[in-house]
Design a protein around this ligand. Sequence first.
Ligand code: ZN
Length: 240
Amino acid sequence: MATTVDAHNHVGVRHGESQTGDELIARMDAAGVDRACVFPFVEGVFSNDDVDDALQGHEDRLIPFLAVNPWSQQEAVAEVHRRADKGYRGVKLHPTLHGYHLSDLGLVGPVLDAIRERELLIIAHGASDLRNAPPEFALAATAYPEIPFLMAHSGTFWSHGQAIRLAADIPNLYLETARVPIFEASESVRLLGPEKVIWGTDSPYVNYTMEFQKMQQVADSDAARALVLGGNLLRLLRMD
Ligand SMILES: [Zn+2]
């Protein structure tokens, strides 16, 4: 079977939740998953050092992503460069929790410039929220066509149809399936094709194995499963 890669996992500790690298690896092993992208919990004060800790001994299976808050603009840009130097491959943004619009290029632009320069990809929270509903992704992704944008949660719930329409038109916009209901996830694959859909779980918030089995059902051929469950992401990360 083709390599499976989970795009969306939190490591470290926050109020009420935690996950170590060892715990994530155990969940992956139980489900039969090969690799996973990891970034911190982003509520409140957070540190990308949590990712370094989780990676210890799992460098062959966990793929490091950093998180930044663009309101600390200069520090966020410096952090992108620092972590890219260490081999980090992607950036997690959470406009709703951090209080900005993804398309506010006056604020986010310098961070996006650094991400483009270092050839990283972006995974951003993308439910039907004011600050990062699908049109916010469309504006940012159109302004930065070189950066792959993964819309975590695929605009679910109320904005899912809009997410599909925009992802169909914008080449560098992809829908990520964490916690997306199975009907909506299968509509994404059916209407966009498996090339534009990327599997992620949002662990530790989920039943890990169930999120994996959901997408094995939804991507209904070996070729589609190979793309959705890892092939697309490895290609975007230039790791294929
Ligand atoms: Zn998440």
